[in-house]
Design a protein around this ligand. Structure first.
Ligand code: FE2
Ligand code: FE2
Length: 157
């Protein structure tokens, strides 16, 4: 598997957990599901740690290097900087959502906190899946993409 396949798998995982949270948010009686929602948020945060390192420390630098060597860049490199910046905001909002779910009694405000995670995270994933990763396939060789995926072990071991 190359690094993009790992990242896409992570995105599928995040979307699935967000979808479960969304369904829980609209159940009549949320209180009994609070612990389940909290676990879902913790799952996302845990996996997001490695995911972000894979993007910021492995894929994005390789991508920037590849784009810099081209005469005409198919994407503006500032898009990648922007995505990196978004990571910080999404991470903070996930943390706040977890805090909200840990606070008793649970108020309606957690729905707002969920929205603050859901919308930017889905838009971010969409941008990476549909614009960045297809370009990465074009500008980075399969060989390098596979080599980067082997570097993933340094994070997971
Ligand atoms: Fe990202
Ligand atoms: Fe991502």
């Amino acid at each position: 598997m190359d690094i993009l396949e790992f990242l896409i798998e992570d995105h599928v995982f995040f979307k699935d957990r967000l979808n479960q949270l969304h369904v829980l948010a609209f159940t009549q009686d949320f209180a009994p599901n609070r612990a389940v929602a909290l676990d879902l948020v913790k799952d996302i945060r845990k996996r997001q740690k490695d995911h972000l390192r894979r993007e910021v420390e492995l894929l994005f630098p390789a991508m920037k290097e590849a784009l810099a060597s081209l005469k005409i860049s198919p994407i503006d490199p500032s898009v990648i900087h922007h995505l990196q910046e978004e990571h910080t905001g999404i991470g903070r909002n996930l943390y706040l959502l977890q805090q909200e779910l840990e606070t008793l009694p649970i108020g309606q405000s957690w729905l707002k906190s969920l929205q603050r995670v859901e919308e930017p995270l889905l838009a971010h994933i969409d941008m990476e899946d549909n614009r960045i990763f297809p370009q990465a396939v074009k500008v980075i060789s399969k060989d390098i993409l596979e080599r980067l995926s082997r570097s993933i072990d340094i994070f997971t071991n």
